[in-house]
Ligand binder design. Structure first.
Ligand code: FUL
Length: 643
């Protein structure tokens, strides 16, 4: 009896042991190769949770509004009379309704621009709306916008210019205290902000309490940013800090609204500061960076950031804005689209209509996801938990991952019938880092695999990459991830067919209302000066002089000049201040007819237009009183005089 029981127990043990081992073996086979069953290790640098939430906003609005609006300026000098700020029909709800209808998730307001004028009744200066006739000085624009955002459910944020051309003590430690106090005031009185925007333009000419001089500051140290971050961590811990180099998010290195095709969300820590000379590289990020600082593409719906009635016919087209969406959000960045609120205090109807139509266009183009419901076949998967089914399950936090050591793999989607497509959207699970370095796309049609040419570098993916390509009808779609920094973690892929044919949009637009007056530049060869009037924006006439005589050949009446600066990716010879004189003989200026500054020309080298009282003259003499970065030469991509 005893023996029998023992035998039974032995048999049971053997059965159990074999079963468990077989099951374990089966699991091993399914998971091979790699460190089986382990979760994916984050790959540094990784974003903070708030940076992921911020990137998910994708598009949000910018508003430039203030004294500049009423004085037709891009950069106020700091001396404009606060009484000129007088919107007749200001309506923040109209702004916010426009943003909501344009699919935007938040808005950033220029609470103070470089002219130092504050849109809230700050207790630290009188140079604010308190001194304006609007609501008899009792208004608070920051409050009105913050309230409208709450009412319509979008997020709110502020731009506070560190540079202040009004304050007499700008450049001294006293100003830094003032700036910090103002920031604290804004950060504690108006509820949560999602971002704080610190502009890179810093120091230079200004009114400065009447001294009208030029101030320079140490761009890295002057404002004591570490103290600012400590304050923000305490009172607005969810806020993302924008500046040229972050730390929350970075400038994309242009004001045209696009990021690089290759775009890493990293920077080498401590390298980029406001006014960083190699700013154009910010559109790509640093592939070897050790800090997570994703790119934000800021661009205005009009050429300028502030409202100018003469730009009413230059609002970006739906096609242009749509192109920018693909090249910002679709290039692993966010899109910050600016609305220059007009003198009534509302978004101009041309702009609001354009923005809403733009959103409808994007929705129409990315409407029906052709991959939903399809589980792709993967050449490798880490485990069941990270299976390719995660890619089309609509859950942001589930993702397909490859095994450790596997940094190249393919995914094949099989359609139930031949399917036309021309858009592809891919997302990496960025909470674990940005990994993909290269990929390519293929379709299976007419019995064979064919490469899909997107005309773009298919390198990085990041939070989101959207590609447009010529329409193709496919039985299957395959994505080959050919290189990555670590195992792949892909959480979403979508494909679309849009019947819109897209053409790349140029951002350079040139005013040509009236015919230009022919001229010759004295002392410059015809071949060279032609570059300034050949209407070819890619050729620039560079001249090593800061004084030019334009010969109009005979007496002509002139009332306007246009100047398009060099359009190279790192433009040079940028004129920032000028004087224009009439003359009856070359090189002998007589009467000054215009004088001023080409504001913001370095970051936004768009066409500049100067109007003045009509004069009749044979010669015009241009005196360049300042160039950007003290460049000894000046560059004219286009220069014209008009009646
Ligand atoms: C620039 C500023 O100088 C412009 O005026 C504008 O505010 C733009 C968004 O940033 O650097």
């Amino acid at each position: 009896m005893k023996d029998k029981t023992f035998l039974m127990k032995l048999l049971l043990f053997i059965c159990l042991w074999t079963g468990v081992s077989a099951w374990a073996l089966a699991q091993t086979k399914e998971l091979a190769p790699g460190r089986e069953g382990t979760s994916v290790q984050p790959l540094l640098p990784i974003p903070e949770k708030k940076q992921v939430e911020w990137q998910k906003m994708e598009t949000y609005a910018f508003v430039h509004f203030g004294l500049n609006t009423f004085n037709d300026r891009e950069w106020g000098y700091g001396d404009a009379d606060p009484k000129t700020f007088n919107p007749s029909n200001l309506d923040c709800e109209q702004w916010v309704q426009t943003f909501v209808k344009s699919g935007m998730k938040g808005v950033i307001l220029t609470a103070k621009h470089h002219d130092g004028f504050c849109l809230w009744p700050t207790q630290y200066t009188d140079y604010s709306i308190k001194q304006s006739p609007w609501k008899n000085g009792k208004g608070d624009l920051v409050r009105e916008l913050a309230d409208a955002c709450k009412k319509y459910g979008i997020k709110f944020a502020v731009y506070l210019s560190p540079w202040d051309r009004h304050q007499a003590f700008y450049g001294t430690p006293e100003y830094v205290e003032y700036f910090h106090k103002q920031l604290a005031e804004l950060m504690t009185n108006y509820g949560e902000v999602f971002e704080v925007w610190f502009d890179g333009a810093n120091g230079g000419d200004g009114w400065y309490g009447g001294s009208k001089d030029s101030r320079s500051i140490d761009r890295k140290l002057y404002y004591d940013y570490p103290r600012i971050y400590r304050l923000l961590d305490k009172v607005q811990p969810q806020a993302i800090v924008f500046s040229d180099g972050g730390p929350g998010c970075r400038w994309v290195g242009n004001e045209n609204g696009y990021a690089g095709e290759t775009n890493w969300s990293f920077l080498r820590e401590g390298e980029v500061y406001p006014g960083y000379a190699n700013y154009r590289e910010l559109q790509y990020g640093h592939a070897d960076g050790n800090q997570w600082v994703a790119a934000e593409c800021d661009v205005s719906i009009r050429p300028g950031w502030f409202y100018h009635a003469n730009e009413d016919d230059r609002v970006k087209s739906v096609e242009h804005l749509t192109d920018l969406y693909y090249r910002s959000v679709g290039h692993n960045a966010t899109l910050l689209l600016n609305f220059p609120v007009d003198r009534t205090g509302r978004i101009h109807p041309i702009d609001s209509t354009r923005a809403v139509m733009w959103y409808q266009q994007i929705r129409a183009e990315l409407n029906h996801n052709l991959l939903s419901g399809i589980v792709p076949e993967a050449s490798n998967s880490r485990s069941k938990e990270y299976s390719p089914a995660c890619i089309t399950d609509g859950n942001y936090d589930s993702y397909w991952a490859t095994s450790d050591g596997i940094t190249a793999a393919s995914l094949t989607f099989t359609f139930t019938k031949p399917t036309p497509l021309n858009r592809l959207l891919i997302q990496e699970y960025i909470p674990l880092g940005q990994r993909v370095k290269a990929f390519r796309i293929e379709v299976y049609a007419n019995g064979q695999w064919q490469p899909v040419s997107t005309g773009e570098e298919t390198t990085t993916v990041g939070y989101k990459r959207i590609l447009r390509f010529p329409s193709t009808t496919a039985d299957r779609l395959r994505i080959h991830f050919t290189d990555a920094r670590d195992p792949l973690t892909i959480n979403n892929i979508e494909a679309y067919f849009s019947d819109t044919v897209t053409t790349p949009q140029e951002s350079t637009t040139v005013t040509t209302q009236t015919p230009s007056i022919p001229y010759q530049i004295k002392g410059i060869s015809d071949r060279k000066s032609r570059k300034a009037y050949d209407k070819n924006t890619n050729t620039t006439c560079f001249i090593n002089s800061h004084s030019l005589t334009f010969d109009l050949k005979k007496n002509q009446t002139v009332s306007m000049l246009t100047y398009l600066p060099d359009q190279a990716s790192y433009p040079s010879g940028l004129i920032s201040s000028y004087e224009l004189y009439t003359a009856s003989k070359p090189d002998q200026p007589e009467r000054i007819i215009a004088k001023g500054e080409f504001s913001n020309i370095k970051s936004n080298p768009i066409e500049q237009v100067v109007r003045f009282a009509p004069v009749t003259t044979r010669y015009l003499i241009l005196k360049v009183t300042r160039t950007v970065d003290n460049d000894p030469q000046i560059g004219l991509a286009e220069w014209s005089f008009q009646k």
